[in-house]
Design a protein around this ligand. Structure first.
Ligand SMILES: *Cc1c(COP(=O)(O)O)cnc(C)c1O
Length: 399
């Protein structure tokens, strides 16, 4: 009997670890590595939110709280869902956790039996597959045929079996930046109505970071008849630049909310008390700064997409939202580095880009779709321009 559980042994190690380690070692050795791997906004948390945390500490709000969130925050979340999403909810439908990731973890742990299937569109956020596997359930990958990386209702229908428990719908998505508008969601709802055993997690964490003609919508609002089967997942990390505060939340059927609280009560007990008061100030406070962030992100998105699309062998779809681009490098596979090594996979390209170009990105293999890579453009225009010129040089060196 080994030390490590079978459950963990089955879990694949994160493919990003090797590249992150390499980038850290190069930095420690004094090399000027540009990191475009991180999945978080580069803006600071707004001051009114920090002040709310300071006030909470001064007022002694520093003790354990209710397991799945203080009632004041749950009420603010209900207001947020009504105001911004047209979703009607009551506090017994709300669960607050240590980041959206823990809320997702709780929902899947509370609902999945071994062998249950979870439909995950690719390319996917790494944790979707990882948590499903931890729960001893089976990820079923929905592979869109379209170059836009958007799946069709028929492609979804083809993935559903009588073992399907969940569909995880992340719009706009990480890493593809793919968004589903109200009309798309209505077509998806039509498929779901034919399969009453399927529940849906709508990961709306990037709802406020959208560009161009894309208009955000969410399934529980577009198809209210399905609300009893939908978990609307969100959090303050991305919209409010609060990744380190670790507060996420959802609206879900009350019986699931109760079961999720049980999971949380045996793991973290409750989310951080101070961060909950800060999140309350965020949700009830002004959101005009988000529009400023979006404008900055839109400029960077243009810069990065245009630069990448001008490079031979790389092609990049325009993301609808979030702060990533996910370019295809199918035109670079099979090419040769100056040292004679052949680029056979996106991981090979990413390693070469780091070694020779000193730019760290994440290979598509990490997100279940190759040959691609992910760039996070949550960095200054100057850093992005420098990164694009380094990538351009690296691509030009391939023959
Ligand atoms: C960042 C992210 C989340 C939530 O992260 P938390 O910091 O745990 O709230 C959820 N889904 C996706 C797709 C993300 O990229």
């Amino acid at each position: 009997m080994g030390l490590i559980s079978d459950r963990l042994a089955r879990l694949a190690p994160s493919p990003t670890v090797a590249i992150t380690d390499m980038a850290m070692n190069m930095r420690r050795a004094g090399r000027d590595v540009i990191g475009l791997g991180a999945g978080e906004p580069d803006f600071d948390t707004p001051d009114h939110i920090k002040q709310a945390a300071i006030a909470a500490m001064r007022d002694g709000k520093t003790k354990y709280t209710q397991v799945d969130g203080i009632p004041e925050l749950k009420e603010a979340i209900c207001r947020k869902f009504a105001r911004e999403n047209n979703i009607q909810s009551t506090p017994d439908m709300i669960s607050v956790g240590t980041g959206g990731k823990q809320v997702l973890f709780n929902a899947l742990m509370a609902s999945l039996n071994p062998g249950d299937e979870v439909v995950i569109p690719v390319p996917y956020w790494v944790s979707f597959a990882g948590i499903v596997q931890l729960a001893e359930a089976v990820p079923v990958f929905l592979r869109p045929a379209s170059k836009t990386l958007k799946f069709t209702p028929d492609e979804l229908a083809a993935c559903i079996t009588d073992k399907t428990k969940w569909l995880i719908l992340n719009s706009p998505s990480n890493p593809g930046g793919v968004g589903y508008m109200a009309a798309d969601l209505m077509a998806i709802a039509k498929v779901l109505r034919q399969h009453p055993q399927v529940y849906v997690i709508c990961d709306d964490i990037y709802e406020h970071l959208t560009y161009g003609d894309f208009t955000f919508a969410t399934l529980a609002a577009v198809a209210p008849d399905l609300q009893g089967r939908v978990v609307t997942l969100n959090g303050v990390s991305k919209s409010y630049c609060m990744t380190g505060w670790r507060i996420g939340y959802c609206a879900a059927p009350p019986d699931l909310v109760k079961a999720m609280a049980k999971v949380q009560s045996q793991s973290t007990s409750s989310p951080n008390s101070i961060a909950q008061w800060a999140a309350l100030a965020a949700l009830d406070g002004p959101i005009d700064f988000i529009a400023d962030h979006c404008r900055a992100f839109a400029v960077r998105r243009r810069l990065v997409c245009d630069a990448l699309n001008a490079m031979p062998g790389i092609s990049c779809a325009e993301p609808d939202g979030a702060f990533y681009v996910y370019p295809s490098i199918s035109g670079l596979i099979g090419k040769t580095r100056p040292d004679g090594q052949v680029i056979e996979t996106d991981a090979d390209f990413v390693r070469y880009l780091l070694e020779a170009g000193e730019v760290a990105v994440v290979p598509g293999i990490a997100f279940g779709l190759s040959p691609y890579f992910r760039i996070s453009y949550a960095a200054s225009d100057a850093v992005l321009k420098e990164a694009m010129s380094r990538i351009g040089r690296i691509v030009d060196n391939l023959t």
